[in-house]
Design a protein around this ligand. Structure first.
Ligand SMILES: [Fe+2]
Length: 406
């Protein structure tokens, strides 16, 4: 028998479970995750064509013999490997423009980006711009600083193969491009930029140096927490973020202490993957809002900037996201708290203790930030991440946050 009176109760529960009932979710067509799965690169590549351009990261890849292995895997599957640019810094406008001009003369069927976030971002930017006909520079397409151009032609397919566990770039729809001379760091962003395949083989992170491991790991944790607290948070990314927070909290201290701990490396590769899926669909917040400014003006690497900014960002947002921050506290500690305030305290304390135990500086002055740089830092922080922060922050409030951290 149909009980009309029960319907409102059910509707109420659903509303409570899903804070936002309208959302989109972007993800790669295929995520291939697991140790030793680089061996599947040849077959995955062959499904996308016969000619691959490979964009790769720094010399540690070469030392690990990755290029020879990749060439062997591709040729074994009947795919020609064309080795393109190698990038050892966060990609600059000039890196993208030069590569695009070169690749346009003889475009490949698809692009493989192998390395840290910088290599994958460069691969995604090249793949996006090569098919476009209407511009000679990536700047025209960048958020905030560009001319508002959008990609008309679909990007070339990308296979992303991360060798660090942090940025999540293997599953995101943006690439971060810098211009040191003109003091900006901004995103090229389009839903078509999500790599078609994310091939995540945690064994590739075993040779990642300790400092980069720690900074990348803190980047992933910051992405997980900020996407969960973001004003654009949504149910799927919330579920992924909480899972990632639990895993990162357990595995980050382990990879920091012992880079050969493959189980922990797998955990961090998984947490970073989840962080990318979460941020691509929910946006970020204050720490990621100011990290580009700290990179451009003070030369602070992205992951380190995020790590330093995460505890103050949680304090700034505590009042407007208390309930969710308490859930972060539970995910980080594995404990249940009887009050929201206790959960919030646990979240902030646990993040701060983790940061200290990993040797992350707690003051921006320790990283060379000077008082007179604050006005420029405030201006350069007004990107898309800050817009997703759960509360608006005035220039004066931002300046005060920097000031307190000196
Ligand atoms: Fe990040």
């Amino acid at each position: 028998m149909y009980h009309r009176a029960k319907a409102p109760c059910r509707a109420t529960i659903v509303t409570m479970l899903f804070e936002s009932r309208r959302f989109d979710f972007f993800a790669p067509r295929q995520i291939v995750f697991g140790s030793s799965r680089l061996s599947e690169l040849g077959q995955l590549a062959r499904s996308l064509g016969r000619r691959a351009l490979i964009v790769r990261g720094g010399t540690s890849l070469d030392r690990a013999g990755i290029p020879e292995r990749v060439t062997r895997l591709l040729s074994g599957a009947g795919v020609e490997a064309h080795w393109g640019p190698r990038i050892e810094r966060e990609p600059q406008v000039s890196d993208v423009d030069q590569a695009v001009a070169q690749v346009r003369r003889d475009p490949p069927d698809f692009i493989i980006g192998i390395g840290g976030g910088s290599a994958i971002d460069l691969a995604k930017a090249i793949a996006s711009l090569v098919p476009q006909q209407d511009s000679s520079t990536v700047v025209d397409y960048l958020e905030t600083v560009g001319r508002g151009r959008t990609l008309i032609q679909s990007p070339l397919p990308v296979i992303a193969v991360p060798t660090t566990a942090g940025t999540g770039s293997e599953v995101t729809k943006n690439a971060v491009i810098s211009d040191s001379a003109n003091h900006f760091k901004a995103s090229l962003r389009h839903p078509g930029m999500v790599p078609v395949v994310a091939l995540v083989d945690p064994e590739l992170t075993l040779t990642c140096p300790q400092a980069l491991t720690v900074h990348s790991g803190m980047d992933a944790l910051t992405q997980l927490i900020e996407s969960y607290l973001s004003r654009r948070a949504q149910p799927i990314s919330d579920a992924l973020a909480l899972e990632g927070i639990r895993v990162a909290k357990e595995c980050l201290p382990r990879v920091a202490a012992n880079g050969s701990d493959l189980e922990a490396r797998e955990g961090m590769a998984y947490a970073a993957l989840l962080s990318g899926l979460a941020l691509a669909n929910s946006g970020l917040g204050l720490a990621h809002g100011v990290a580009p400014a700290l990179g451009i003006y003070c030369n602070i690497p992205h992951g380190l900037a995020c790590a330093v900014m995460l505890p103050p960002a949680l304090e700034v947002n505590r009042r407007v996201r208390a309930e969710k921050l308490a859930r972060v506290g539970e995910a980080l500690t594995g404990r249940h708290f009887s009050s929201i305030e206790q959960g919030c305290d646990a979240a902030i304390t646990t993040v701060r203790e983790l940061s200290l135990s990993l040797g992350i500086p707690q003051r921006l002055s320790q990283l060379g930030v000077r008082r007179e740089q604050i006005p420029a830092l405030v201006q350069a922080s007004r990107g898309s991440s800050l817009k997703a922060n759960p509360r608006d922050l005035s220039d004066a409030e931002l300046a005060e946050i920097f000031q307190r951290l000196l």
